[in-house]
Design a protein around this ligand. Sequence first.
Ligand SMILES: NC(=O)c1ccc[n+]([C@@H]2O[C@H](COP(=O)([O-])OP(=O)(O)OC[C@H]3O[C@@H](n4cnc5c(N)ncnc54)[C@H](OP(=O)(O)O)[C@@H]3O)[C@@H](O)[C@H]2O)c1
Length: 289
Amino acid sequence: MERVKLGKTGIEISKLGIGSGTAHPSGYCAQALMDTKELAELLLFAFERGVNFWDTAFQYGTYPHIREALKKVKRSEVVIATKLTTSHEKDTIRDFEISLRELNVDYLDVCLLHGVRTGHELKTRFNALETLLEFKRKGKVRAVGLSAHGLSALKSVTQIPEIDVVWARVNFSGLCMDPCRHGLYDKLASVSWIKNSVRRFLPKKIIASVRPVPESQMISPDERKEVEDTLSIIHTQSKGVVGMKVLAEGHLRDEAQRALRYVRGLPFVDSSIIGMLNKDEIEENCRAF
Ligand SMILES: NC(=O)c1ccc[n+]([C@@H]2O[C@H](COP(=O)([O-])OP(=O)(O)OC[C@H]3O[C@@H](n4cnc5c(N)ncnc54)[C@H](OP(=O)(O)O)[C@@H]3O)[C@@H](O)[C@H]2O)c1
């Protein structure tokens, strides 16, 4: 498996990373519903095939699985990326420290602001970004950035030198990718206090049932080009770029080879994280990469 440098962070990752946050109708992540040992075994199976890059998030519920897998590998041999949904210093410190504790590690490789939709939302979360940068100065995290859920957030990244890396949704079809304009659900979800209150008080199943279906989130070829052009600019600024939703949450499973070929051919995508739920998928995707 080919390894690449993630921007100028000094972090070396495999071209293929393994995700642990694939959406499931229950509102939980498909991987969080797996037995701890079962997902740990998949992470290690991928690791043995050269995949040293494991993606998680505070919200996914997969910290126990990753902690289990970490019992079998040297900490320095894997790159762990996590994400926080926080906006302010106090909750960022709290969730960052919980992450270290639950993963049983003393540093993270990458910590991202999770699911930023717009430039405006990014501004309201500067406090959280500042807090992550402070953790970076203390050596508790090696790189910081954001996972984007909207083109406007991606565009803002080009203006912020402190951002080391960006995770962005990219595939050949435009399905599940970052839109230029947002519907009501995304507009509400981009307001941090609304998002956090809803998460705290509403059952996951209800939140999942009102989420827009991926088919309604297909962006046009022009919008897709704008996302790709923006990622290209970000990459020329020596920031790391990681692709996600390469298989559009599985909707492109019948065209998997085409989807994998497409993302591998994008010069501005350093690595791609894919949700792989069994060994066959890991083997097939490792072969493709
Ligand atoms: N905002 C964020 O930061 C954010 C949001 C979402 C996800 N993520 C991260 O990005 C990762 C990737 O996103 P995702 O898992 O939602 O979507 P994805 O990688 O586009 O799709 C995952 C699905 O693709 C199918 N698949 C994988 N390899 C395949 C193959 N070789 N052939 C056929 N089907 C294959 C599997 O479906 P089946 O096994 O069901 O067929 C799997 O459930 C997540 O796991 C998570 O770590 C981050």
